[in-house]
Design a protein around this ligand. Structure first.
Ligand code: LIP
Length: 261
């Protein structure tokens, strides 16, 4: 049963579609760091969502990817937003981007929404109430061996210094699994594990806004999210992330543990 709160929030996130598809705003962009971009779409989506949340939940804090990250007390209820997860995809008109909104309460994610405006597809979950895609209940796959699995990976384009090591480990995974995918949006990659399209997704370093919304969707779908050593992700902080259907988590850890610095 979807709560009125979730229905209102899903409608809010879905109403960013026109902002995301504004072709002029995509052209106006800045490079925050090497290969790390932000467009006017990112900032327009964040402003729109933040202003609406300020009205709907005035007592809550807000942590968004774009702009200053003021000192927040992460023990207080905090909205965590990636306005465009997959900005490099957006810039190249590669239709695999998401608006990802999560609510953290007591250092745990209580609800999450991941919306792909290009496919008009929305994933969402509230703790204890199951995970959904476009109103349909979703669950992770029951596959329990890497040999039967489709694995997605984040290549961490902002930290290419690890590429040689990480691609070496990726090649060993590739030798054992069915195939590899690189989508370019961590939130969508984790949502695809949640609905059983893939069996695992991992990436060396994700920010809280990359994983917050999808974490609860994955867990409510029966999946598991840890760091590369199998420990819980420190919610609200950057972390290596391994998201799986649970059935191949231990097998994937035998590879990701070799990536621990
Ligand atoms: C992106 C992630 C992607 C990762 C990129 C970047 P952004 O998020 O979704 O998986 O490989 O480095 O973090 O920066 O487009 O919001």
């Amino acid at each position: 049963m979807t709560s009125d709160r979730m229905r209102d929030l899903v409608n809010l996130v879905r109403s960013t579609k026109a902002i995301v598809q504004d072709k002029n705003s995509v052209l106006r962009r800045v490079e925050k760091g090497e290969f790390d971009f932000a467009t006017e779409v990112d900032t327009n989506v964040q402003t729109f969502i933040q202003e609406n949340l300020r009205t709907m939940y005035p007592a809550h804090q807000f942590l968004g990817e774009e702009g200053a990250h003021d000192a927040l007390n992460l023990d207080l209820p905090t909205w965590i937003l990636d306005p465009i997860d997959g900005t490099t995809n957006l810039i190249h008109h590669y239709p695999q981007c998401a608006v990802a909104l999560g609510l953290m309460v007591g250092r745990e994610i209580e609800l999450g929404i991941v919306y792909n405006p290009f496919l008009d597809q929305v994933f969402y979950a509230e703790r204890g109430k199951g995970a959904y895609a476009d109103g349909r209940r979703i669950a992770v796959s029951k596959i329990d061996s890497l040999h039967e699995s489709l694995i997605s990976v984040g290549t961490s384009p902002y930290t290419k210094e690890y590429a040689r090591n990480d691609f070496g480990i990726l090649s060993r995974i590739f030798e054992r699994c069915q195939d590899i995918r690189r989508g370019g949006s961590a939130a969508l990659d984790m949502a695809y594990v949640a609905c059983g399209i893939t069996e695992a997704y991992y990436e060396r370093k994700l920010k809280p806004w990359d994983y917050a919304a999808a974490k609860i969707i994955l867990e409510e779908a029966g999946g598991k999210l840890t760091d590369f050593s199998g420990n819980p992700v420190p919610v609200g902080m950057p972390s290596p992330c391994l998201a799986t259907n649970g059935g191949i988590h231990a097998e994937m850890l035998s590879y990701t543990q070799k990536m621990v610095l």
